[in-house]
Design a protein around this ligand. Structure first.
Ligand code: MG
Length: 301
């Protein structure tokens, strides 16, 4: 990495990173050359595809080349067989499970914490049966009270509790995935790097984190946020339009994911980018348009 490349790095860091992202250069230990083999695997939540039944939704997703399915967790225990049967023989896997538990992990009330502990573990077990990459969770939404205070002791408590959950998840061949939200929804955990630091300090390989492009308005850089988590901790990604959380493309020029995608490609990210968004128009038009936009920006990144 000398000569012309060195000049390029000095004058335009991002251009230089992009130029060496696609191929791994032997002997180069720069972040841009770490992996470069990322893969765009698109996933839909259950309400995304404009169809009625699970089988119709999966037919629609297969036709679009969508290979991940992210169901909610609240009734998952009773749906394991239904989902397994509908996925049988298809090129679609369960990407992640979106929450669905009762209570919350930072509850002051022991009964509410116990609700979380039992229902979260039921969902983790079901997620394992379905081969999910993990179960998404938020430590506490703003509206969930009484909540443990935002102190050093609470963080230590969270790390201890996450360790136990992570180890339980590993026994079921899955993980738990911390999702940072924006301050309007959850002040406690707002940035991807902070979530990754909690993963590290939880000391369990079963504790992971994710980024949601909608909530990532908290970040100063999509690129830095994903790269800070890195391949060791980043387990899932949510995507939506960036103005009002609808289908990507519905907010026009705001819907730019290239910087984030560039980091994912450099990291060799091979998990899922999953739609978590509404739709203000005709899904028959806007869902395929969103998939096309994401694929185009992934290529550009
Ligand atoms: Mg999300």
């Amino acid at each position: 990495m000398v000569g012309a490349t060195g000049v390029a790095i000095a004058s335009s860091p991002l251009a230089a990173l992009t130029s060496c992202a696609p191929k791994q250069q032997e002997g180069c230990d720069k972040a841009c050359c770490m992996h470069g083999n990322g893969q765009l695997n698109i996933s839909f939540q259950e309400g995304t595809a404009p169809r009625e039944t699970l089988n119709e939704k999966f037919d629609y997703m297969e036709a679009l080349g969508v290979t991940g399915f992210e169901p909610g967790g609240w009734d998952l225990v009773d749906r394991v067989n239904e989902i397994q049967q509908a996925l049988n023989g298809r090129n679609i896997k369960v990407s992640a499970i979106c929450a669905g538990f009762d209570g919350f992990i930072l509850a002051e009330d022991p009964k509410v914490k116990a609700q979380f502990d039992s229902t979260m573990r039921e969902i983790i077990a079901a997620a394992g049966e379905l081969g999910s990459t993990g179960v998404i969770m938020v430590p506490a939404f703003n509206g969930q009270t009484p909540c443990k205070p935002h102190t050093r002791e609470t963080r230590e408590f969270l790390c201890e509790q996450m360790h136990e959950l992570g180890e339980y998840a590993l026994k079921h061949n899955t993980t738990v995935i911390l999702e940072p939200l924006n301050r309007d929804e959850a002040h406690y955990l707002r940035q991807v790097a902070d979530a990754a630091a909690i993963c590290r300090d939880s000391k369990s390989a079963g504790v992971k984190c994710m980024g949601d492009f909608w909530h990532m308005k908290e970040e100063t850089s999509d690129f830095a946020a994903f790269l800070a988590a890195g391949p060791e901790y980043l387990q899932h990604v949510h995507i939506a339009s960036r103005g009002h959380r609808r289908m990507p493309s519905e907010d026009g020029v705001l819907d730019n994911y290239v910087d984030g995608f560039r980091a994912l490609k450099m990291m060799g990210y091979d998990k899922y980018v999953s739609f978590e968004c509404g739709c203000d128009g005709d899904r028959e038009i806007l869902v395929p348009a969103a998939v096309e936009l994401i694929r185009k920006q992934w290529e550009e990144a």
